[in-house]
Design a protein. Sequence first.
Length: 197
Amino acid sequence: MRILFATGNEHKISEAAAILAPLGHEVEPLLIQGKPPDFIEPQAEGIVEVALSKIEQARELVMGTKLEDSIILVEDSGLFIDALGGFPGPYSSYVESTIGLSGILQLMSAESERGAEFRAITAISIEGNTVTATGICRGKISEQFSGDMGFGYDPIFIPEDGDGRTCGEMSSFDKSSISHRGRALKAVSELLNPPSK
Ligand code: ITT
């Protein structure tokens, strides 16, 4: 299937394209007048509500255009740190662009309990219906930055299903095999193409 990913984050598009290609799907960016959509994210909500709001906004954007019948994908994701009561969670994007990763390491500097998880909610709109799936990647916050691959919080997140490297030190292939995005996209893909019994 050809899936249009409505996101302003090009790293999400390249990761999703690599995850879904072996499952038979082609991922392209959803562009409106040549630009990715700029979503209004309801700030008081959780990531499920934000993902549903994004899919609603994306559907409105394509309504009445030649993309109206396209399959559209959106995602909302975030980093949830146990010792900070789940912060930054739904505020991950805002926190990354304000205090940044160094601000998070500073907040965590006196913490020995460093458990955290990435969560992703993907929502796909197909023939007027919306299907959603969740992906979680447990891990911990590193003591310092490591690696310059990936994006966002990758240089300070060590996944527990990995080998001790941060996601920032992993190839996109290694990261996607255990990431929240990889898990959510595989789950949503199974809902689109249920495995034959
Ligand atoms: P769109 O809303 O346009 O899709 P966005 O980058 O704003 O793009 P989110 O609202 O879902 O995405 O915010 C996700 C935040 O969590 C943002 O700060 C990301 O950098 C971070 N994040 C999400 N997935 C990540 C990953 O795989 N690795 C590192 N950081 C990630």
